[in-house]
Design a protein around this ligand. Structure first.
Ligand SMILES: C[S@@+](CC[C@H](N)C(=O)[O-])C[C@H]1O[C@@H](n2cnc3c(N)ncnc32)[C@H](O)[C@@H]1O
Length: 356
């Protein structure tokens, strides 16, 4: 997936075709504009203020959002240009992508995810300095407001909603949800935060119970989220540090989902070794992270390259290439390694089994 520069009319399309458009300039100005305007639209309630199918004028939008009349009009106009609103006779309506993704009542809504990406904009504000010095205060070592933790956990929970059916299916197909032909009983979700992965599995596997090991503020939000999702009543949160605290013993399945991109190479290898110790013989480790395919040192796509940079800047780590994570699993002793690129998200699922 990538953002690209495209012309709005025939002349612009010809200019793009002949390489006459200064793409880097367009990317910087519009990239910044898209990000800020969409986050603002969500946070200020623009998309909730316009009912699907309705047309509202600037004054109605200002009243509904409590914003300055000119401020909300220029924001709405930017969102028209970015194809999220439509404008006719000085009135605004929702365009299809806003109806589908940016309202709470939409089946596929991404409201919390966009809100959290607003925090990520701020987290990358010192990018040049971070790249120059490599001196980074890591995301989970910083103090964050309760609002940040709410946005963080709810965003990750939203992404989980999209991927859970596919991940459950793939775990089932690999045999990771059965033990001697019977449903497994214990899953440990390391850095599981919101707990939705464990809850989705508990909802799928009769009798399964889940435990989430995470930092206290993540557990606090996770408990609220789990009170509202199927399977959530069979998952408990345990506050702790997965680098130093006990993981327990004899788990059937351990999830290490979206954790390694915040881990250094040494920590990543260490987490695999901890998983090996905490599983029962024949148990499975499942790793989910940003997909980063490709040969070592070779070409790289926009999502893998940007994820490397993003996780370096926020955590002093990086999105690790798939083959690196597989190497860590192998080195820790996991066998029957499998990997699959998810259809629901640009992520890879790696599975490995503790030998019996
Ligand atoms: C990107 S989130 C992933 C959440 C969830 N596993 C998912 O896939 O959506 C990373 C999680 O790791 C947790 N975490 C980071 N460092 C941790 C540590 N040292 N001990 C426990 N949890 C930690 C964070 O609080 C957060 O919930």
């Amino acid at each position: 997936m990538r953002l690209d520069v495209a012309g709005d009319n025939v002349l612009e399309r010809i200019a793009v075709l002949f390489g006459l458009v200064p793409a880097p300039l367009v990317q910087v100005s519009f990239g910044m504009g898209y990000a800020r305007a969409i986050v603002a639209g969500v946070r200020l309630g623009v998309f909730e203020a316009i009912e699907p199918g309705a047309w509202v004028d600037g004054a109605q939008l200002a009243a509904a959002t409590g914003c300055h009349p000119v401020g909300i009009e220029v924001l709405a106009n930017a969102l028209v240009g970015f194809d999220l609103l439509r404008r006719k006779d000085f009135k605004y309506a929702l365009a299809a992508p806003a109806r589908r993704w940016l309202r709470r009542d939409a089946r596929m809504e991404l409201v919390d995810a966009v809100d959290f990406l607003g925090y990520c904009l701020d987290l990358t504000a010192n990018l040049e300095q971070d790249v120059r010095s490599g001196d980074i205060v890591r995301l989970h070592d910083r103090e964050h407001s309760p609002a940040f933790w709410q946005a963080y956990m709810r965003a990750l929970a939203t992404f989980t909603k999209l991927g859970a059916p596919e991940v459950g299916h793939r775990l089932g197909r690999a045999g990771a949800l059965k033990r001697n032909g019977r449903p497994i009983e214990r899953v440990l979700d390391v850095g599981g935060g919101h707990g939705r992965w464990a809850a989705a599995l508990c909802d799928r596997v009769p009798g399964l119970r889940g435990e989430v090991l995470d930092m206290a503020p993540a557990c606090a939000v996770g408990r609220e989220i789990l009170a509202q999702v199927p399977g959530g009543d069979r998952v408990v949160h345990r506050e702790g540090d997965f680098r130093t605290d006990e993981w327990g013993r004899d788990h059937d399945l351990i999830l290490l989902f979206r954790v390694l991109h915040n881990a250094t190479e040494q920590e990543g290898a260490g987490l695999m070794a901890s998983a090996m110790r905490a599983l029962r013989p024949g148990g499975w480790l499942a790793v989910l992270d940003a997909a980063h395919p490709g040969k070592p040192g070779g070409d790289i796509d926009a999502s893998a390259g940007y994820n490397e940079l993003f996780f370096f800047v926020i955590s002093g780590a990086r999105a690790w290439p798939d083959h690196t994570m597989r190497d860590w699993m192998r080195a820790a002793g996991f066998t029957s390694l499998k990997s699959a690129r998810l259809l629901a998200a640009p992520e890879v699922l790696l599975l490995g089994r503790k030998p019996t």
